[in-house]
Design a protein around this ligand. Sequence first.
Ligand code: ADP
Ligand code: MG
Length: 391
Amino acid sequence: MLNEDIYKELLTKYTGHFGFEPEVVAYAPGRIEVLGNHTDYNEGYVISAAINFGTFFAVRKSAGQGCRLVAGDLMKEVVFDIGRVEPAGSDGWQNYVKGTLAGLADCGVIECGFDGMFLGNIPLGSGLSSSAALEMSAGLAFSRLYGITVDSVTLAKIGQKAEHDFAGCNCGLLDQISSLAGESGKLVKTDFRSVVYESVPAGGDICFLMCNTLSKHELADGAYNKLREACEQCAAHFAKVLRHPVKALRDVTMAEWAIYREGLPEESARKGAHPIGENERVLLGVRLLETGDVAGFGTLMFDSHASSRVLFGNSCEELDFVVAAAGRIPGILGARLSGGGFGGSAVVLVHPRDAETVGRALENSFAARFGHPCEVSVITPSEGAHIVVGP
Ligand code: ADP
Ligand code: MG
């Protein structure tokens, strides 16, 4: 369904359910990670994009302290008091909204309750960050409704805190920043040391395919934390042996890694090389896009995947299959795993005219190997979060 259809459906459902129109409607998109894997917590760089799927949040102030919140696809309502915004054990979707509300309450005065409803078209839990879209659409809508002014980085951090404290997910800031900072036809480059982001030209007529392999491997077993530890161990080693200050792997180059890695356990050295290489690929990738070298950028995406597979060890059979198949299909410019790894989705770079054919080819070859197709969504870099209706 088109985003406009979702918007109309939300308004119909909202007025049908509550008996009046919303005062404020905000929209926030999901995101894809295009290049820069496991670089955020190493204080490095990521290229991402806001996508053409998102969530609308409609809301109106209520007369008293009561809050009614409805998930529009389920038409399920939860009620609570604005003075008691706490995480709930059921209907997990309310926690993203409540966490965002709690964060905003620290930045201003929330004097009354609300009647709110949200509806979106991002597939849930498929690596496109429906959770950040929910937080950022709610965050923008509430900040306009209650007249609380917050800048984008603060709002992103409020969303991240909602994930940590209310939803139990220790995510970085990438999802929220990308949802807020996206621009139509552009990518977003973020420096996770300074949390400064900028738009990068997409370098021509491009789009992406997000291929959800529907597989999930070791991440839940603490593999993510082990990777973080390896990166920290590696950074501590380089802080000792290099003459310049090293606070995180962001401060180490591949050339330094090659010369000064001695003394590091083999596995940590290998793992540490991944975010270091990714940072360099992001910086080179920005330069290539600025000169319109989309093919060169695609090659960096394949290199990124090889680094995940060989050095970092965060790929899996399904992701390797998609990326290898992508390498053989004409019209595909680049492909890599996107996000944490160990399953989930691969992101594929194509020209829009090839998107459908290439997507079908990937689905078919995946089905022939694994017995079910991967789920392919066509993604175009799109505008970021904004107010759709508001005073
Ligand atoms: P991702 O962010 O990759 O989609 P997460 O597990 O972080 O995956 O977030 C998915 C959760 O977000 C869902 O299980 C649900 O609780 C909540 N959610 C997000 N958007 C919606 C929506 N439009 N309707 C209902 N729940 C939603
Ligand atoms: Mg999420």
